[in-house]
Design a protein around this ligand. Structure first.
Ligand code: NDP
Length: 256
């Protein structure tokens, strides 16, 4: 029963921003469960190399696709080609993201624009192509990657927080519009995980100490700790769950 409920074998999953970091771990996790996975990033050679590595490691079917998620036209063209070649994804994970840090009064308009384009507008561009096709088929799962900052702000990252708050509400809005097509849209909001994006943080002993103190679990997350929630949200086990935001953060957002 449990095996059937959570079974995602042979389902086709596109994970944006899976050339490295959390997206790569999420894609690996899906491949380990037998899903057919499409890795993505801007550097095709890097994505192809990762696709080969994941296929070898998991025995799963793994493809590579490359486009800039902030370019609506390029995304549409690449996704239409992908659909023609591989079929309509059963699962879309909107993970590609960017971080820029500066005090609010010093933030530049170009950094603001880059954050909004990468962390928020891209979800609209990428999702719409896929959810139209999912809608015609009558099924689909979309998982948006939010953040602790979908709920809580922090100094020097006001624009990032604004985009991640937007991701949480976009998730609810998409859930409202897409449920009639049997498409469930949910959000996973990770706590602190050591990736390239936050190198400056985990290399700073004071920040490490802050994370360990501020997180009830008293530590950073391990990449594979995101996979269980993702598999649940990609599977039939969550067929009546939509518009939710699940925090995988060691309890951080539950406490002051
Ligand atoms: P990384 O910087 O390690 O990876 C980011 C990924 O996104 C890369 O694969 C990168 O590929 C891709 N990407 C970035 N910009 C674009 C673009 N314009 N077009 C296409 N691909 C792009 O980040 P993380 O793994 O840390 O973060 C992944 C997600 O998780 C983000 O949405 C982030 O906000 C979120 N998150 C991360 C947390 C953490 O602790 N690390 C905590 C909470 C949320 P490439 O540059 O090769 O194109």
């Amino acid at each position: 029963m449990t095996q059937t409920l959570f079974n995602i074998r042979d389902r086709l999953a596109l994970v944006t921003g899976s050339s490295r970091g959390l997206g790569n771990a999420l894609a690996r996790g899906l491949a380990q469960q037998g899903a057919r996975v499409i890795l993505h990033g801007r550097d095709l050679a890097l994505v192809q190399a990762e696709a080969r590595a994941v296929a070898q490691e998991t025995g799963a079917e793994v493809e590579a696709v490359s486009f800039d998620v902030t370019d609506a036209k390029a995304a549409q063209q690449a996704l239409e080609t992908l659909i023609n070649q591989h079929g309509v994804p059963d699962i879309l994970v909107n993970n590609a993201g960017l971080q820029r840090r500066a005090p609010f009064n010093e933030f530049t308009p170009s950094d603001w624009d880059a954050l909004v384009a990468t962390n928020l507008s891209s979800l609209f561009y990428v999702s719409q192509v896929i959810t139209r096709a999912m809608g015609e088929r009558g099924s689909g799962k979309v998982i948006n990657i939010g953040s602790v900052q979908s709920k809580l702000a922090r100094e020097t990252i006001a624009p990032y927080s604004a985009t991640k708050g937007g991701v949480a509400l976009l998730t609810q809005g998409m859930a409202a519009d897409l449920a009639r097509f049997n498409i469930q849209v949910n959000c996973i909001s990770p706590g602190y995980f050591k990736t390239e994006m936050n190198t400056a943080l985990w290399q700073d002993p004071a920040f490490n100490q802050w994370v360990e103190k501020r997180t009830p679990a008293q530590r950073w997350g391990h990449f594979d700790e995101l996979v269980g929630t993702l598999v649940y949200l990609c599977s039939d086990a969550s067929s009546f769950v939509s518009g939710q935001n699940i925090f995988v953060d060691g309890g951080m957002t539950s406490v002051v």
